[in-house]
Design a protein around this ligand. Sequence first.
Ligand code: PAF
Length: 280
Amino acid sequence: MQVFHTIPEMRNFVRQARAGGRSVGLVPTMGYLHEGHLELMRQAGKHCDVVVVSIFVNPVQFGPNEDFASYPRDLERDVRMSEKAGVDAIFNPSIQEMYPAGFCTQVEVGRITEKLCGLSRPGHFRGVATVVTKLFNIVKPDRAFFGQKDAQQALVIERMAADLDLDLEVVTLPTVREVDGLAMSSRNRYLEPEERRAALILYKSLQQARELYRAGERDASRLRRLVAAMIATEPLAGIDYVEIYSYPELEEVAEIQGPVLLALAVKIGRARLIDNIILE
Ligand code: PAF
């Protein structure tokens, strides 16, 4: 496995792979890898001849009061884990490499970014769409792999790829969970032991919503209120949002008739955790 820090080196590697007729899969990450990332890499390996993982903590997707500076980083560990997962190359550029002096272009996806995390984190999806467009242009993958835990992000990237006629397939894979149900996230590292226990309320409340839905509940605001009330029973949890939107359009729903996304963002200690399920 090779590790590249510059765009020309990365491009050269991909050019050679393509010249040999091999397909390329990209797994974009911000590093501090966990089993969720490794599963994306393994799936990429099943569907593509060559797997590239990008590791870049993208400053432009963090707000001024967010955790860019403290976001966990451990390149050596990430390199070891990626190699074991069968990755062929890591792209680990510097901020200067990605955003050189004079950089002033941004990619803005409309409508579907105006809710959920787009509301709580203004500018976040502009930063994500911009860096992902750059990564797509640098690596030119046949397929790019994302996790359903970041459901809105996956929809934004799918929308962007469709709207801009990007010549690749965006693959979204199921959320990988700890044995007790907590969705895997690099930010789980921020949780103190007591907070880690409290964080289970996200999964539990989603499970309760699924049961209510199965029992016939179709009133979206009642379901939202019940989920919010359950999260509120956990003293360490501060709700950012509990929302239900049609899936994948992300439009308002009163009565649940087709598939909907039930999405949560909850602050526990320093960690802002997100999770979701699709009810259909
Ligand atoms: O999901 C992430 O880790 C990031 O948002 C991504 C897609 C790598 C862009 O920086």
